[in-house]
Design a protein around this ligand. Structure first.
Ligand code: FHN
Length: 434
C-alpha cells in the first residue's frame, strides 16, 4: 500500500516547469528536432522471430497469444551490434533515432523491474538491448528517442487483451494498478535512459483523463526539461505524427514528423517485399522538409539483430544523398509556395538562400514564377557549379516579379534528386513561407 501511495505521488506531480513554458521556451526546446529533419525508427522485438505483425498479429487473432509468446524462445539477438546500427543510422544522415522499448505486446527490450516480461528474463538474448544502443547512438552525437506503448495487451491489469476479448470493464482498482505499473516503467526509463524524445503510442484506447496524460507530461518534463514528447499522449504532446501518409499541405502544427515504413511493415516481415525505392524515399523526404517537417523512417531488424539487406541499401543511398545536400536539409525551414516553384523547396533560417529540389529531368530551363526577391547567384548544391539564370516578362513599369529561368545542364544532375541554391538579395518574406 505504501508503495502504491509513493507511485501515485510520482504520477500526480503538480506545478511544473512544463506547465509554465512560454512559446519561445517551447521553440527553444524543439530546436534540435526542427533542425534534425531525419530520424530512424526501429521496431525490434520478438515478432521478428516468426516475421509476423508486431503485437497486432495476436491481438487480431492471426496467431494465438500462446504461440505469439513462443517467439520469446527464438529471440537470440546473437548478431546484435549496436555500434554497427549506430554507424548505419548516422551514415544515413539521420540526426536522431527512436527505438521500441516496449511495443503493444508488452515485451520490454530492457530489464524492467516492474515485471518479468522482458528480453533479459524471457529470451535467449538474456541481456538489456537498449543500454548499449543508447551509448552507441549518443557516442555518435545523435539524439536518442524511445518508443513506448502506453497500452500493454499482455499485462494482467490492462483491460484490453484481444480484439474480441477484454479482461474487465470499469474496475478502477485494477486500472490504478495498471497505471502504477505503467508509471513505474516510465520512471525507470526516465532514470536509466533519460530519452531526448518520448515516442508514445497506443493512447487511442483511453482518454487523457484515464491515462493521466497531463501528469505524465509534467513528470517527464520535470525529470528532463529538454525532452520532447510526440503527439500520442491524448493532447499532451509537442508535435504531430502523421503515419504512412505524406501530407500534401503543411500540417497545422509548427512541428511534425511523418513516420513511415520502408515496405508495408514496421517490424521484420520477410514476405513483405513491397519496398519503396531509394528514389521514392528521397522524394518523400524532400516533400517533408519542404513542408517544414521531419521524416522518421522505419527499419525492422531480424531477431538476431541483423538489418535486412534491402533496408541497409535504402539507408546507404539515402546517406549518399543527404551528405551531398546537407546545406539544403539540416537547419532549414519550409520553402516557398508551389505556385512559385513546382516542387519541394527549403529556405535557410535567414530566408536568403532558397533551395529547389528538382526531382525529375528538366526539359528546358527550371522556372520560378512570381518570386519578388532578386537572385544574386545560383549553384548546384553539393557540386558548387555556378548556374546561369535570367528574368523574363518583367517590364520596368510593372510590379510583376516576372519569370526566373535557370539553366541546369544535364551533366550536373544528381542520380536521385538535384538541388540548386538561389542566393537572394533580400529574405523571402515570412508570409510566403509555406
Ligand atoms: O500500432 C502501432 C504500429 O504497430 C506501429 O508501431 C506504429 C508506428 O507508428 N504505431 C501504431 C499504429 O499507429
Amino acid at each position: 500500500m505504501k508503495k502504491a501511495f509513493f507511485c501515485l505521488g510520482l504520477v500526480l506531480t503538480t506545478l511544473s516547469a512544463a506547465a509554465q513554458e512560454t512559446a519561445e521556451q517551447k521553440a527553444a526546446r524543439m530546436q534540435w528536432f526542427s533542425d534534425a529533419k531525419l530520424g530512424i525508427f526501429i521496431h525490434y522485438g520478438i515478432y521478428a522471430v516468426n516475421g509476423i505483425g508486431e503485437s497486432w498479429s495476436f491481438h487480431n487473432g492471426q496467431i494465438s497469444y500462446e504461440n505469439y509468446m513462443k517467439q520469446l524462445n527464438g529471440f537470440t539477438a546473437k548478431k546484435y551490434d549496436p555500434v554497427a546500427w549506430a554507424d548505419l543510422i548516422a551514415g544515413s544522415g539521420a540526426k536522431y533515432t527512436v527505438i521500441t522499448s516496449k511495443h503493444h505486446d508488452g515485451v520490454a527490450l530492457y530489464d524492467t523491474k516492474m515485471n518479468d516480461l522482458n528480453v533479459v528474463k524471457k529470451t535467449p538474448a538474456k541481456r538489456d538491448l537498449l543500454t548499449p544502443f543508447y551509448k552507441a547512438i549518443r557516442d555518435k552525437g545523435l539524439k536518442a528517442g524511445l518508443y513506448f506503448s502506453l497500452l500493454d495487451w499482455s499485462h494482467p491489469d490492462y483491460p484490453n487483451f484481444l480484439r474480441d476479448k477484454k479482461r474487465y470493464d470499469n474496475d478502477s482498482l485494477r486500472w490504478n494498478k495498471y497505471l502504477m505499473f505503467l508509471n513505474g516503467q516510465l520512471d525507470e526509463i526516465a532514470t536509466r535512459f533519460n530519452p531526448d524524445l518520448w515516442w508514445f503510442d497506443g493512447d487511442w484506447e483511453f482518454g487523457a483523463e484515464q491515462w493521466k496524460a497531463k501528469q505524465i507530461r509534467e513528470k517527464l518534463l520535470n525529470n528532463n526539461p529538454n525532452t520532447i514528447i510526440n503527439s500520442r499522449l491524448q493532447g499532451y504532446g509537442d508535435y504531430d505524427t502523421p503515419e504512412n501518409g505524406v501530407p500534401v499541405y503543411r500540417p497545422a502544427s509548427p512541428w511534425w514528423e511523418l513516420c513511415m515504413t520502408m515496405n508495408d511493415s514496421w517490424g521484420y516481415q520477410p514476405t513483405d517485399n513491397n519496398y519503396k525505392t531509394p528514389n521514392q524515399v528521397i522524394r518523400i523526404f524532400a516533400d517533408c522538409i519542404g513542408l517544414g517537417g521531419n521524416l522518421l523512417l522505419d527499419i525492422g531488424p531480424k531477431e538476431d539483430g541483423t538489418i535486412p539487406d534491402e533496408q541497409v541499401a535504402i539507408l546507404k543511398k539515402l546517406g549518399r544523398w543527404t551528405s551531398k545536400h546537407s546545406e539544403a536539409i539540416y537547419g532549414t525551414v519550409a520553402g516557398v509556395p508551389r505556385e512559385w516553384f513546382a516542387g519541394p523547396s527549403t529556405l535557410s533560417k535567414d530566408r536568403k538562400k532558397l533551395y529547389l529540389f528538382i526531382d525529375s529531368k528538366p526539359i528546358g530551363q527550371v522556372v520560378v514564377k512570381g518570386m519578388p526577391n532578386k537572385v544574386v547567384s545560383a549553384w548546384v548544391v553539393g557540386k558548387g557549379n555556378p548556374l546561369n539564370f535570367n528574368v523574363m516578362m518583367k517590364p520596368w513599369w510593372s510590379s510583376n516579379p516576372g519569370l526566373l529561368y535557370i539553366d541546369v545542364p544535364e551533366d550536373l544532375l544528381d542520380e536521385q534528386v538535384t538541388v540548386i541554391c538561389l542566393s537572394l538579395e533580400t529574405p523571402v518574406l515570412e508570409q510566403f513561407v509555406k
